[in-house]
Design a protein around this ligand. Structure first.
Ligand SMILES: [Zn+2]
Ligand SMILES: [Zn+2]
Length: 264
């Protein structure tokens, strides 16, 4: 069991020390963990209304802290980041990411325009949207994320459902088209258990997405998206059972941005 999506206090909305995250992972018997804190939006020249990432100046310290933790840990600790995909800033994102020797890079969407639709503070804005159009916009952006080739893993694939705002019409075609593009761009999908703890109470992505991923041979990895030590490993046994039940035979791990398979 691995947990590739751990945050740290540096992102301004997480608690606990990295040693506490590690201790929790050891107590829960995880085989491998990876930190993937929110990459500084300032380095991508984007200024959100609410700060939700590290500051530019904190990145080097974060990278050093993870490597130092790896040194004193018996459990393998991977070095990752969770980076916002910002349409139109692909070249800048690629240039900035190339500076760091990472094990993996998670690409996520938290913003549509300047709206942080994942933030509880801005939930009321959903009311201004037609859900069918919103899903289309979100998944078209996600397709561009995959096609950018910038990331190893797509984070919380269908996080647009976080507050249980769903389209009225069938959107099966959009789901299929998205998976076809994910498969074509060879990106890995994380089964992110934070959805079970969110208002939607459903993992990211849904079983329908996972079935399509399996059918198309899209690799999967695992993450809790923990923002506090007690959430490290949360929901992972349920996630592993679900993957096995669906017919997945392994999960993907990363080192130096190369992939390995851990059999389930
Ligand atoms: Zn976060
Ligand atoms: Zn995220």
């Amino acid at each position: 069991m691995i947990d590739y999506h751990l945050h740290t206090v540096r992102c301004c909305h997480a608690t606990g020390s990295m040693d506490e995250y590690l201790a929790e992972a050891q107590a829960k018997g995880l085989q491998e963990i990876g930190f993937a804190d929110h990459f500084p939006l300032a380095l991508l020249e984007f200024a959100p209304q609410t700060q939700v990432t590290m500051n530019a100046g904190e990145l080097e310290i974060y990278l050093r802290d993870v490597l130092a933790l790896r040194e004193r840990s018996d459990l393998p600790v991977r070095l990752g980041v969770e980076v916002d995909y910002l349409p139109g800033r692909e070249a800048l994102t690629g240039k900035v990411l190339a500076r760091y020797a990472l094990d993996y890079c998670i690409g996520s969407i938290h913003f549509l325009g300047d709206w942080d639709f994942t933030h509880p503070r801005y939930v009321s804005k959903y009311g201004a949207y037609d859900a069918d159009k919103l899903y289309r916009t979100y998944f078209k952006t996600l397709q561009a994320l995959a096609e950018s080739g910038l990331f190893d893993i797509v984070g919380h694939l269908d996080v647009i459902k976080k507050y249980a705002f769903f389209p009225k019409n069938d959107w099966e075609d959009l789901l299929r088209e998205t998976c076809r593009i994910l498969a074509g761009s060879k990106i890995c999908v994380e089964l992110n258990t934070a959805g079970w703890r969110a208002p939607v109470k459903e993992a990211y992505p849904s079983e329908a997405f996972l079935r399509e991923c399996l059918r198309l041979g899209i690799p999967v990895t695992l993450g809790s998206d923990a923002h506090c030590p007690q959430d490290v490993g949360a929901g992972l046994s349920q996630a592993v059972s679900l993957l096995k039940e669906l017919g997945f035979s392994g999960v993907t791990t990363f080192a130096g941005r190369k992939r390995f398979v851990l059999p389930l």
